[in-house]
Design a protein around this ligand. Structure first.
Ligand SMILES: Cc1cc2nc3c(=O)[nH]c(=O)nc-3n(C[C@H](O)[C@H](O)[C@H](O)COP(=O)(O)OP(=O)(O)OC[C@H]3O[C@@H](n4cnc5c(N)ncnc54)[C@H](O)[C@@H]3O)c2cc1C
Length: 511
């Protein structure tokens, strides 16, 4: 199961390590994911928001529908977030079409999907298992590594503690916040911890739905003094996730049932299935690369979970890194491609950390008011004020498509002509996205081409050994060309200048 040699060793088979293996394995790269957990646990369903961009990647991998089939909450079931005093209490405010579940028509190829993290991880494990070049070696962990200019030697321990050395051309550390890979390459997080503790729980309360006065929602923010929480359904059968704000580990265990009753607003039958205390962190590594070793996902950056960006940003890392590394291993990628990984991802990670920190500034704890649950004029005034404050402070958290989709690698060394943006998605026919027609490597969109520049690009791509698909598509105007990368970002756009094709292809391929 664990080979002695591979092209890429992925440390960590969480969502980001698995996504990296999918991107690499689909490109024929021989990769091994080393992961200690033999099975995916359902006890810490951290991510629920799989955003539109991750869903676009899943579509490219041909598995978006497979995630939707297993997601317990279909998109049509609810696209609302509700703020209330309790599930059976007063409604304070509501947002519709949240978290990319109802994006503006034509803005993206896939809506988002609410799915517990374990559902996505189980699917990705299955997909890695279906890819011949990829291996998932569970029951193993990376304990050490060292590298020279040719290879990385990785010490891997099994559950009994016996160690073996695996030699890899490259290593990517996707081993989460306590990353061994990060420590071994001498990289460090910089940034801060939030001061407030949080107590996560999974609760089985089959009767709870009977008390919900606000209809289906993907999140309920309960604003009451006993249980200022954020919570929501994991399924439609009575399993719920709950995050109690400001609650320490010990108090959380002692008060779990009290919190659940306060969330419901009435005493309910409930069983606490698991608990998960956590503290938000705003951290980014000082370097995400040392030689042949790279970091991705939580091993490289941490943000507060509000808005649902951590895993999704990590999947963005996996895609950016995956196609570039595959290109280098297959010979058409130059050294500039690997250098561009950090240049492109760091600004995205910084922006996400800032946005998520902003989202954290107003939580249920900050909205408390003694009058909120009163049935009189004072109660109405307090609820109206809360509604206004919630709409002012929380809209950006639930409507964040600009943050998710307007990712522009404009300072990247491998884009040119002022490009770098995600190619705008276009619907070509019902259910048919422009993205579905892009090639696996480079694609040239051509619209009326008086100089036959497409032929020059095709010749340059052939010389480079990179696959170039040419598509006739209306662009910005006659004669315009758009060169699209494997990750659907634009490497270059411009007028068809005869003679420039080889230089443009070389730059997109990393020199
Ligand atoms: C309450 C909460 C809610 C969240 N909600 C969202 C959300 O809605 N949307 C979102 O995008 N994100 C969300 N997140 C963030 C998300 O959970 C993380 O960003 C995500 O798990 C990161 O994935 P990862 O693969 O980088 O790291 P991890 O999930 O931490 O996976 C790391 C893997 O590495 C393995 N590992 C550890 N040590 C070793 C070793 N030595 N060798 C090999 N393997 C090792 C671990 O077993 C693990 O499988 C949330 C987080 C929290 C706390």
């Amino acid at each position: 199961m664990l080979p002695d040699r591979c092209e890429v060793l992925v440390a960590g088979g969480g969502p980001v390590g698995l996504a990296t293996a999918v991107e690499l394995g689909r490109r024929g790269v021989d990769c091994v994911v080393v992961e200690p957990r033999t099975a995916v646990s359902h006890s810490r369903p951290r991510c629920k928001t799989v955003n539109v961009r991750t869903m676009e990647h899943l579509r490219r991998w041909g598995i978006a529908d497979r995630l939707r089939e297993r997601a317990p909450l279909p998109v049509a079931w609810s696209q609302d977030v509700v703020f209330c005093t309790s599930l059976s209490g007063h409604e304070l405010s509501r947002f519709h079409g949240v978290l990319g579940l109802a994006p503006e028509a034509g803005r993206c190829a896939e809506p988002g999907q609410q799915a517990p993290q374990y559902v996505l991880e189980e699917l990705l494990r299955e997909v890695v298992g279906e890819l011949a070049p990829a291996t998932l070696a569970t029951g193993h962990r990376v304990v050490a590594l060292d590298q020279d200019e040719h290879e990385v030697r990785v010490e891997v321990a099994d559950e009994a503690g016996a160690t073996r050395t695996v030699v890899a051309d490259f290593v990517v550390g996707c081993d989460g916040p306590r990353s061994v890979v990060r420590a071994r390459i001498g990289a460090d997080y910089a940034g801060e911890h939030a001061l407030r503790p949080n107590f996560g729980m999974v609760v089985r309360a089959p009767d709870l739905w009977r008390h919900v006065r606000h209809g289906p929602a993907v999140q309920y923010w309960t604003v009451n003094p006993v249980a200022p929480t954020l919570m929501g359904p994991l399924d439609r059968d009575g399993t719920w996730w709950v995050i109690a704000f400001g609650v320490e580990r010990e108090a959380g265990h002692a008060r779990a049932r009290e919190v659940v009753d306060a969330v419901a607003g009435v005493p309910v039958e409930a069983e606490v299935l698991s608990t998960d205390p956590w503290t938000a962190r705003m951290q980014l590594v000082d370097t995400a690369r040392r030689g042949r070793v790279f970091l991705a996902g939580d091993a490289a950056h941490l943000n507060p979970p509000f808005g649902g960006h951590g895993l999704n940003t990590g999947v963005g890392d996996a895609v950016d890194f995956g196609w570039k590394l595959a290109a280098v291993l297959r010979g058409w990628g130059g050294p500039g491609l690997l250098a561009s990984y950090e240049a492109e991802r760091r600004p995205v990670q910084e922006r996400v950390i800032r946005a998520a920190e902003e989202n954290m500034k107003t939580l249920s704890t900050d909205l408390l008011d003694d009058d909120l649950d009163r049935d009189d004029a004072a109660g109405e005034r307090a609820r109206a004020a809360a509604h206004e404050r919630i709409q002012d402070t929380k809209a950006a958290e639930f409507h964040a498509l600009d943050l998710v989709l307007d990712v522009v690698h404009d300072r990247s060394p491998v884009v040119a002509g002022g490009a770098g943006e995600r190619l705008p998605h276009a619907v070509l026919a019902p259910g048919h996205s422009l993205y579905d027609d892009l090639g696996p490597e480079l694609t040239l969109l051509v619209h009326r081409d008086p100089y036959s520049a497409a032929d020059a690009f095709a010749a340059a791509a052939r010389d480079r050994g990179v696959d170039l698909r040419v598509l006739d598509r209306p662009g910005a105007g006659p004669g315009d060309l758009v060169l699209v990368r494997p990750d659907q970002h634009v490497a270059w756009r411009g007028e068809a200048r005869p003679g420039a094709a080889a230089e443009i292809i070389a730059r997109a391929c990393g020199g």
